[in-house]
Design a protein around this ligand. Structure first.
Ligand code: CO
Length: 631
């Protein structure tokens, strides 16, 4: 029997106990919302020492009456709490699911909104309006600084099951004070007719479905090859702990291969989706999905046979609503195995027996979050050869705008009559806390460079990998460079491999972008993490989110930009590697009405961590298939 690992997320009972404890605080009133309750992770030394720790929770709360956010640590073992720590004045925590629902009701009930609706569209049923809470962001106004604000986008369904995103209320922008939960005003930017066509994707509304797909069934008659105990995963030589919280959603902890430490913690820390249309009703669209909405809060309940195939095990997400009521997301995390084609192969023509070939098997740990119109799937893949891959799957429905007949949008693409999708980017930031064979690691930037032709290079063919160990935070800030096939390598200079080199893991970037908006753009001031693809910081327990603790309506300058200004030393130290990756989305008609999945991510590959191919010991497939060749 394996005991509870100290990094396992809070159980439902612990979340409940934490909520009860919060309600006894003198600072707690009827106006207090609980924004999040999550595990307060014990110190690293405790984990690496294999010790036990009290179960602790950290909670973020917001007092609507005082517009004041605060933070408290709860010891669930002793039933005590730390002193409340107040966030800086005006700091806005993540918007809660309750606020999304209440904001929609407040807008639909607002006489001013109803009047605008009638002025623009005549007599329509307000019950068919969809109100998507969008944070107001921060554009330097007094109001942005002093109120908890939303600037929702609204849509009108033609009936209760219609895809309302096909019919944006382009000219109407309510502004809502979420503390008072009332519409402050309704801004109007002109009148656009509703786009004339429906845009539905549900099976019962799409007309004849293709009929030539036969069943594809994954069977694992002896069960899966992984073992999940609580949130502790064992799969072949891999071991790790699966975490989940309201803000980051899925997190991974204490990742080991053959009992050797690789990553202490891996998480998505922030996102920003800036839109590129300057027209006044569109220009303020930018979503910091992690810090404004919470990826865990928005996580889906996954469905067997639809989201994942094969032998699946699920983990529930245990959260609470803003009044402390239990909020469990059943099947929030999916764990399964996939066949992944050929792991390795060689045919030796001189040998009489069939070629040596091995099937690749990967372990998948995934979750999917819906942030109003868009879906983000977060997929961690573990491979038998020591690779770890993170892939984000982007799908769902584009954020759309209406055009007048004959208008062509300059900053987006027409995707249906009188309906367009503005250009935008999706930036993600991942935090990788490496502890490679110990905590003291160094990051090297690796550039492949060609030598000049000359006496030492008479055939002009020479090129080599040039590794630059990164000494300080500012030296470590960097970006992708195709000219030198740039990658990064995390090494432990104190542990040598079989050829006398430091053990290492390579960081291989994938698709990426530079931000298109000027550094003067308001959203960029708040999202300094997009200024560089790679950042390295020394490990600090309280440096967890790339845009700071409170990106919602922030004035900017927090997070990685602020921390790395100190230019701390990062070589041979307990370090954190941060990666920002962006997907530039110039929409297509084929992204409508629902977008086929787009993919972006990165790969970690052992590079001198093992003495040889660690998957050399994977056995061949043993069951011969009729007429097959599996040797
Ligand atoms: Co997109």
């Amino acid at each position: 029997m394996v005991g509870l690992h100290p990094l396992e997320p809070l159980t439902a009972a612990e979340v409940d106990a934490a909520a009860m404890l919060l309600k006894t605080l003198p600072e707690f009133s009827a106006a207090t919302r609980i924004i999040s309750v999550m595990l307060k992770e014990p110190g690293k030394a405790v984990i690496h020492g294999g010790g036990a720790a009290d179960r602790e929770a950290e909670a973020v709360l917001h007092d609507n009456a005082r517009n004041q956010c605060f933070h408290v640590v709860l010891n669930l073992t002793t039933g005590t709490s730390s002193a409340v720590r107040y966030a800086p004045a005006g700091a806005q925590p993540t918007m809660s699911v309750d606020e999304q629902v209440e904001c929609e009701a407040a807008v639909i009930a607002s006489p001013e909104f109803r009047a605008a609706l009638e002025r623009h569209y005549g007599a329509v049923d307000p019950a068919l309006v969809m109100v998507d809470i969008w944070s107001a962001g921060n554009y330097g106004s007094e109001e942005d600084r002093t109120r908890r604000l939303a600037r929702p986008l609204c849509f009108l369904r033609s009936d209760a099951t219609d895809n309302g995103y096909a019919r944006p209320l382009e000219g109407i922008r309510p502004v809502v004070d979420l503390n008072e939960m009332r519409v402050l005003r309704v801004e109007e930017y002109g009148v656009w007719p509703l786009p004339p066509q429906a845009g539905n994707y549900a099976a019962d509304r799409v007309g004849p479905l293709r009929a030539d797909i036969r069943p594809l069934t994954i069977t694992q008659p002896e069960g899966p090859s992984f073992r999940l105990t609580g949130h502790q995963m064992e799969w072949q030589k891999w071991k790790f702990v699966i975490g989940f919280n309201a803000r980051e959603g899925l997190t991974l902890h204490h990742i080991r291969y053959d009992e050797r430490s690789i990553l202490y913690r891996a998480s998505l820390t922030e996102m920003v989706v800036p839109y590129g249309d300057p027209s006044p009703q569109q220009a303020r669209k930018n979503a910091f999905d992690v810090g404004e909405y919470g990826m865990g809060m928005c996580a889906n309940s996954l469905v067997l046979g639809c989201d994942c195939l094969g032998h699946i095990e699920y983990l529930d997400g245990h959260l609470c609503d803003s009044r402390g009521g239990a909020l469990t997301i059943p099947n929030a995390i999916c764990i399964h195995e996939e066949d992944f084609g050929i792991l390795w192969k060689h045919t030796d023509r001189r040998l009489p027996h069939p070629p040596e070939v091995r099937r690749s098997r990967r372990l998948v740990v995934s979750s999917v979050s819906t942030v109003e119109n868009y879906e983000y799937g977060f997929f961690w893949y573990f491979y038998q050869d020591g690779n770890i891959q993170f892939e984000i799957k982007l799908t769902g429905i584009l954020s759309l705008g209406a055009t007048r007949e004959g208008e062509k949008p300059l900053y987006g693409a027409m995707i249906a009559p009188q309906l367009y999708a503005p250009n935008h980017q999706h930036f993600f930031n991942a935090r990788l806390d490496f502890d490679l064979d110990g905590v003291e690691n160094t990051v090297e930037r690796v550039d492949v460079v060609a030598d000049a032709a000359g006496p030492e290079n008479p055939y002009a063919n020479a090129f080599r990998a040039r590794a630059t160990p990164l000494q300080t935070e500012q030296e470590a800030r960097g970006h992708l460079q195709l000219e030198t096939a740039r990658s990064w390598r995390i090494v432990n200079p104190r542990v040598k491999n079989a050829v006398g080199e430091p053990v290492g893991y390579k960081f291989l970037p994938g698709d990426n972008s530079f931000p298109m908006a000027s550094p003067e753009a308001w959203w960029r001031k708040r999202a300094g993490f997009v200024d560089h693809h790679v950042w390295v910081t020394p490990y600090r327990e309280d440096e967890r989110y790339a845009a700071g603790d409170y990106p919602n309506q922030s004035g900017g300058g927090d997070g990685l930009v602020k921390w790395t200004a100190a230019d701390r030393a990062v070589a041979e130290t307990d370090l954190v590697f941060w990666y920002t990756f962006g997907h530039t989305h110039i929409p297509r008609p084929e992204d409508y009405p629902v977008m086929p999945t787009a993919y972006i991510g990165f790969l970690l590959k052992p590079s001198g961590f093992f003495a040889e191919n660690p998957a050399n010991d994977v056995p061949p497939e043993t069951k011969k298939k009729a007429g097959g060749c599996c040797g």
